[in-house]
Design a protein around this ligand. Structure first.
Ligand code: GLA
Length: 374
């Protein structure tokens, strides 16, 4: 990275900043309903190797990109929607920092990432967060990681134009090794919950179905709008305000059966997050398996944002002995996770692959999410 940077920009970098992708153990579609999530970081990360500039210009190149020449922009001229492609995630962070009133000094950035793109593993958030760490330090902007996560989310919402919640950016900047992050997305109160797979003799298998997942797709936005409509019918600020004990009565007030299903998912999912966190607090890692299964069924049947490949991956993993499995992320493609015995990762991955082959689908990419370092 350092050599490539020097070749490209003709100066030595000041440093490299990195931020990981994530898997969310449970708590899907709860963030934009101001509820709870429980992500953990992946051992895959985006890295921004960068040098400070003093002219207010940002230049960014990517090790993955096809174009050799850096994308270049004057920070003061950045406007939402003006840039496209991968560089908009980087430029968007510079815009969000500047728009929040911070003086961004300008920078040369060289980006590399091993988080698979479009796999529902937060490649975009990893890119935004690595950029945010680099730009903040180079410009001596004193913001904590929560504030940087907020700005990275704003970059994605307003500059890139994707209506995501704050789950991915908070996970990327605040998850720590050996733990899952119990986050209240309304107050941003958080707590590290022990998630020690190794001592439990377990592993987390990630199955990237390689079915393209794009948060800009209409399914993600439609679901979000449906949740907002339901909250408005129910007279609450967000679906987070419907507790499990109010669920039956709330559903009775919704005339639209689609809204009934969406609300049932969100309210039961929030409860599953808190149940899973309690089990992890008690060191009962294996016992979250049934919660993962229930979360998947709820997403498949009530939120209707799974797809045939994700359902098949989950079924095949459970059929081959996984303790629990579910799709993760924005939906309609991307990845699933399976909680498996540490000695069963290979056999369960093979069972999932065989299921894909039998269906005539492209082979999935299976990997074990090893403990992460920051
Ligand atoms: C994507 C979004 C998140 C969240 C999840 C679904 O990952 O970026 O904000 O909404 O989907 O839980």
């Amino acid at each position: 990275m350092t050599r490539a940077f020097a070749d490209l920009f003709g100066v030595e970098p000041d440093g490299t900043w990195s931020a990981p992708g994530r898997v969310n153990l449970v708590g899907e579609y709860t963030d934009y309903n101001e509820g709870f999530v429980l992500p953990t970081a992946l051992p895959l990360a985006a890295r921004a190797t960068a040098a400070r500039r003093t002219d207010g210009v940002i230049k960014v190149a990517s090790a993955q990109g096809e174009r050799a020449e850096p994308v270049e922009a004057r920070i003061a001229d950045l406007r939402p929607g003006a840039a496209g492609g991968w560089s908009s995630y980087v430029l968007g962070v510079a815009w969000a920092l500047a728009d929040a009133g911070h003086t961004v000094a300008g920078a040369d950035l060289y980006i590399d990432s091993d988080v698979p793109i479009g796999a529902g593993l937060s490649s975009s958030a990893a890119l935004e967060c690595a950029t945010a760490l680099a730009l903040a330090e180079l410009s001596e902007i004193d913001l904590d990681r929560t504030a940087l996560a907020r700005l990275a989310q704003r970059a994605e919402n307003e500059f890139v134009g994707v209506p995501c919640g704050v789950l991915d950016q908070m996970a990327s900047l605040l998850c720590v090794p050996g733990h899952a992050l119990l986050l209240d997305t309304r107050s941003l109160e958080m707590r590290q919950v022990p998630f020690d797979l190794e001592s439990a003799g377990l592993a987390l298998l990630v199955v990237d179905t390689r079915v393209g997942h794009d948060l800009g797709n209409s399914g993600y936005t439609d679901r979000r709008r449906a949740c907002e409509r339901a909250a408005s019918v129910l007279g609450v600020a967000a679906l987070r305000d419907v507790g499990p004990d109010d669920l039956r009565e709330a559903l009775g007030r919704l005339a639209d059966p689609e809204l009934v299903r969406r609300v049932r998912h969100v309210v039961t999912e929030d409860a599953r997050v808190l149940d899973a966190a309690r089990l992890l607090d008690e060191g009962r890692v294996a016992d979250i398996g049934p919660i993962l299964n229930a979360a998947h069924a709820s997403i498949r049947d009530d939120f209707e944002s799974s797809c045939a490949e994700l359902d098949a991956a989950v079924e095949a993993a459970i059929g081959a002995g996984a303790l629990g499995a579910r799709m993760i992320g924005g939906g309609f493609g991307g990845s699933a996770i399976a909680l498996v015995g540490a000695d069963a990762t290979a056999s369960i991955a093979l069972a999932v692959e065989a299921r894909f082959t039998a269906a005539g689908w492209r082979a999935p990419l299976c990997f074990v999410a090893a403990p992460v370092c920051r």
